[in-house]
Design a protein around this ligand. Sequence first.
Ligand SMILES: [Fe+2]
Length: 155
Amino acid sequence: MALATAEPQKIDKIQTGLQQVVADTYSLLGQTHHCHWNVEGPNFFALHEAFEQQYNDLFQASDEIAERLRALDGYVEGGLQTLAKRAGFKEIATDASANEMVGALLDMHKKAVEDIAETRDHAADAGDKETEDLMIARVQFHEKTIWMLKSYLKG
Ligand SMILES: [Fe+2]
C-alpha cells in the first residue's frame, strides 16, 4: 500500500502534482464554460455541445482529483484566483472567434497533459497505483480532446 510505505518526499511530490492538476482542470473548466457561452458562428451548435461535454467532464474530474489529494492527507488550494494563478492560463477573450477559442483550449489541454503525466510518473515512482491510475485516465481524456480540437481546426 502506497501510503504506508512511500517516502515522505515522494508523497510531497504527488501532493504538489495533484494541486497543479486540480488548478489546471478547474481553470480549463472555467475557460471551456466561458467558450460554451460565447462561441458564435456557423459551428455554434457543434461547439456549444462539445464544450458542454468537456466542462462536465472537467468538473467531475476536478472533484475526483481534489479528493484524491485529500485521501493523501493534502489540503486542496481553492478560490478561483488561486487556482487560475497556479494554472497560469491566459484568459480567452469574450469576443474570440470560434477558431481562436479552440486553439487556445487546445494549448491548455496540452499543458494539462504535461502536468498530469508528471504527476502520474511521481505516483508510479512512489508505488501509488491509485493516483497513477487516475492520472492515466486524465491523460486519456485530454489527449482525446486534443485530437478532437485539432481535427476541428483542420476544417
Ligand atoms: Fe449551457
